[in-house]
Design a protein around this ligand. Structure first.
Ligand code: ATP
Length: 421
């Protein structure tokens, strides 16, 4: 069964509100195995709403319209529905009575104009509202079904849960859609797609989608089957293949954030961590601190933005500061070692670089050195991050966390230069 969501509201088109209704509806429909192939957003205008519904009817078995069922002049979804069905609006006395009662119970005077909410296209079924005053409207037009629901999220959800989802689940038969996300760091999205190309070229179920952003790539595998168990079982071999192909780059097969992965690994190894941060200004340790129970492994972080502070707090040598400078392998190494000693941690990670947009001490923006000191193993690597300051900082955090992840999982460290003390 195919469904399409038509969200009505000029404020959506002006960017004043996000279309969270469409997102929520799609999520719920996926859970019962209904495919959503398109979303539309349209302003408060009768001919345009009618066109959007006609187009949706043409492409889908079920159209879900949200918004525009209020009592004001700009709430025109009812008129558009009547136009699509080619029938007049008629006032439903039982709905009018219900609206009157709701106002009376709230001891509020009812503006007469509120009764337009009792106008529905002739022949339509209504869904009685519990919270609000706008009824839902259900119309059958030449073999396709159109549901119109209020735009207020709580009122929309009430009708989805109480009426639409049970009705659609019964009509669609037993089916559900389950997704798994494999996350990887340190590899480009295009390379991921190349490595998995043959695997998914021939597979319609599961399907694969790539989402890149925030210094990582998510490979989302989605399977459809009669039950969640069956869909899950379909995914298992695909997840295994993906992990085998992407190898050391895989950080999680259960959609965990990288800091959660690192926290889990630290806890399992019984190790503690500290940070020496320059360009990230504390955001690396803030991410580590996000997980519940982080106090078991996170000892602290020294934010040393200034060169002199790097020297006085973390013990970076004047020779390094005056020689290769603060954006250098030497500085990252000394910051990591300084942080490990300062906090008495098993592992320390450091980040120093040029966040941009200007070069820093001659280093182009996005040049970042990551340092690791785990006692037996010290390691530094340089990364070149692209984008604005925010993106450079995020990439730096990812590189720092991923180095720790690789260390704890016993995987090769990128650009390895281990020094045994
Ligand atoms: P009401 O009967 O309460 O007037 P309505 O059906 O007329 O509701 P709208 O007037 O279109 O709905 O929207 C009411 C409010 O609901 C909006 O101001 C907005 O806050 C929220 N809303 C509407 N559409 C959406 C949407 N697609 N996603 C998220 N929120 C929405």
């Amino acid at each position: 069964m195919k469904a399409e969501v038509v969200a009505v509201g000029t404020e959506l088109l002006l960017g004043q509100i996000a279309n969270t209704n469409a997102q929520w509806i799609s999520e719920r429909l996926a859970e019962i195995g209904v495919d959503v192939l398109h979303h539309q957003a349209v302003g408060d205008n009768v001919p345009r709403i009618a066109d959007a519904i006609r187009l949706a009817r043409f492409r889908a078995d079920v159209v879900i319209v949200t918004g525009g069922l209020g009592p004001t002049q700009d709430d025109v979804t009812r008129d558009a529905l009547a136009e699509v069905a080619g029938v007049p609006l008629e006032r439903r006395l039982e709905i009018a009575e219900l609206i009157r009662e709701k106002f009376a119970r709230a001891e509020r005077e009812m503006p007469e104009s509120n009764l337009v909410q009792a106008d529905v296209p002739a022949g339509a079924r209504t869904i009685t509202p519990d919270r609000g005053t706008a009824p839902g409207i259900v119309l059958e037009v030449e073999g396709s079904r159109i549901y119109a629901l209020p735009g207020v999220p709580a009122e929309m959800r009430e009708m989805m849960e109480g009426t639409l989802l049970p009705e659609l689940a019964a009509a669609a038969g037993p089916a559900t859609i389950v997704s798994r996300a494999v996350r990887c760091v340190g590899i480009a999205e295009s390379r991921v797609a190349e490595l998995l190309d043959d695997l998914f070229r021939s597979s319609a179920n599961p399907t694969v989608a790539y989402l890149a952003g925030g210094g990582e790539v998510r490979v989302r595998l989605t399977a459809k089957a009669a039950s969640a168990e069956e869909a899950g079982a379909l995914l298992v071999p695909f997840v295994e293949h993906v992990v085998a192909r992407l190898g050391d780059f895989v950080t999680s097969i259960s959609d965990e954030e990288l800091e959660e992965v690192v926290g889990r690994l630290l806890r399992a190894a019984g190790k503690t961590i500290a940070c020496g941060e320059s360009l990230t200004g504390g955001s690396l340790s803030a991410r580590l601190a996000r997980s519940p129970g982080a106090s078991e492994y996170l000892l602290g972080s020294a934010v040393c933005y200034d060169a002199e502070t790097k020297r006085s707090v973390l013990g970076v040598s004047p020779e390094t500061i005056d020689g290769p400078g603060v954006v250098s392998r030497e500085c990252a190494a000394e910051m990591a070692t300084g942080a490990r000693k300062l906090f008495g941690a098993d592992i320390a990670v450091s980040l120093t670089g040029a966040a941009g947009p200007e070069p820093h001490e001659g280093a182009p923006p996005g040049t970042v050195w990551v340092g690791l000191d785990a006692g037996e193993i010290v390691h530094q690597r340089r990364i070149r991050a692209f984008g604005d300051r925010e993106m450079v900082v995020r990439f730096s955090e990812q590189a720092g966390l991923d180095l720790v992840r690789r260390l704890l999982e016993g995987r090769p460290l990128p650009q390895t230069e281990p020094v045994v003390h």
